[in-house]
Structures are given as C-alpha cells and as structure tokens.
Design a protein around this ligand. Structure first.
Ligand code: PA5
Ligand code: NI
Length: 199
C-alpha cells in the first residue's frame, strides 16, 4: 500500500450500531433535526402547517444521524434516517427531499422499521414510487430527486447509503417542490399532482 495514498484517507475501518426501534446511531458525528417550524413551506398546504403549529406547537418531523465520513469520491456515506408518523392537513410527514449535487449519483435505502414510500422524481416530472417496509431495499438511480414519506403509524427508519461525493441539492425542491405528493384520501395513501408545482 502506498503510504501517501493511505494518509489521504481520514477514515479507518469501523463498525457502528443502529437501534432498530429508535433509529439512533451509536457514536454519531452529525445529528440533523427537522422541525415543522423550519419546514412549513415544504408541505403543500402551508396554511395547514401554520394551523398545526398554532394548535399543537412545534413537532419534530424527521431526523438523521450520521458518521462524519469525508464527502469525497471513493468514500461511501450512510446515515440513519427517521421520519415520524403524522400528517399536515392530508399530507403525510416526509423528508424535504433533494437531488444530489452530483446529479448522476445513485443511492440505496434499506428500510429497518415502519411503512412508507420512497418518491423518486426526475426534473421533467417523471416519477416512481416504491414501498418501504422492514427488509426492503429501494434503489434510487441518479437524476431522481428522492423523498421518504411515512404512511404508517410508527417511525419510518431507513439506512441510506450513497457515494461520498454525491452532495445534497435542496434548492431545486425548495423552489419548485415535487410535482407529485402523497396524501391521505379516505384513510388511504393517494398520489396527487402538486397544485403549487412550478414547472
Ligand atoms: O442522502 C439521503 O438521501 C438521505 O440520507 C437523506 O438526507 C435523509 O433521508 C434526510 O432527507 P433530506 O436530506 O431530504 O432532508
Ligand atoms: Ni440522497
């Protein structure tokens, strides 16, 4: 092994525990929490989000635990992604969703707990939805924005794995939204076209 190459690597072999009940990662380096107050605009019915806040106060929608693996080509990053159960208006709790900054990079999600959907959508609006439940893996190809949606009544926990240099582009979804949304219709998840989607 060329020592110079080895020295460039900041990562040494390790293993880590992820609790299958809570999604909590042992010895995590980064913990991201997304609360309703910070992401009201991500829900298509923003008024419902404001009403919810006024009535019930703030609530945690999802959180992520991760190890501080360098964001470089050759590394593999992973995390524990936990989306809580609930709805804002008729829209299920979900992650913000994003494209990758390097848009050609793919991602694999392995579901550990709960019941949900992975919404995958291209910039032209073409979309695919795959079900998530324990033991199920979802492959997200490059060029697809992706969002986890919890349609069940327990936390939706998954382990996303993606190339070190993939990066997260949140801006596109923050501006345009997803063209498709998953909402509750008569007690069942149903796909609708986002009335506020900006082509
Ligand atoms: O990289 C991924 O796709 C995941 O690790 C997500 O970051 C995680 O599920 C949280 O979602 P978001 O990044 O859309 O807030
Ligand atoms: Ni991703």
């Amino acid at each position: 092994m060329d020592l110079k190459i080895e020295n460039k690597r900041v990562v040494y072999p390790f293993s880590v525990g992820i609790d299958s009940e809570t999604g909590m990662m042992d010895d995590y380096d980064v913990h991201i929490e997304r609360w309703l107050k910070d992401i009201t605009k991500m829900f298509y019915d923003e008024n419902a989000a404001i009403k919810y806040l006024n009535k019930h106060g703030n609530i945690k929608i999802y959180e992520v635990y991760e190890k501080g693996i360098p964001e470089i080509d050759g590394e593999v990053r992973f995390c524990s992604s936990i989306t809580y159960p609930g709805k804002i208006g008729d829209e299920y709790f979900m992650t913000k969703g994003h494209f990758h900054s390097r848009p050609d990079t793919a991602e694999l999600y392995y579901c550990i707990r709960g019941h949900g959907y992975m919404l995958m959508e291209r910039e032209n609006g073409d979309y695919v939805i795959e079900e998530m439940y324990p033991g199920r893996a979802v492959y997200v190809p490059g060029y697809y924005a992706h969002r986890s949606i919890n349609i069940g009544d327990e936390p939706l926990i998954s382990l996303p794995v993606y190339p070190g240099d993939a990066g997260h582009d949140y801006g596109t979804i923050e501006q345009k939204g997803f063209k498709h949304l998953v909402v509750d219709k008569d007690g069942k998840p149903s796909i609708i076209v986002n009335p506020y989607y900006k082509e």
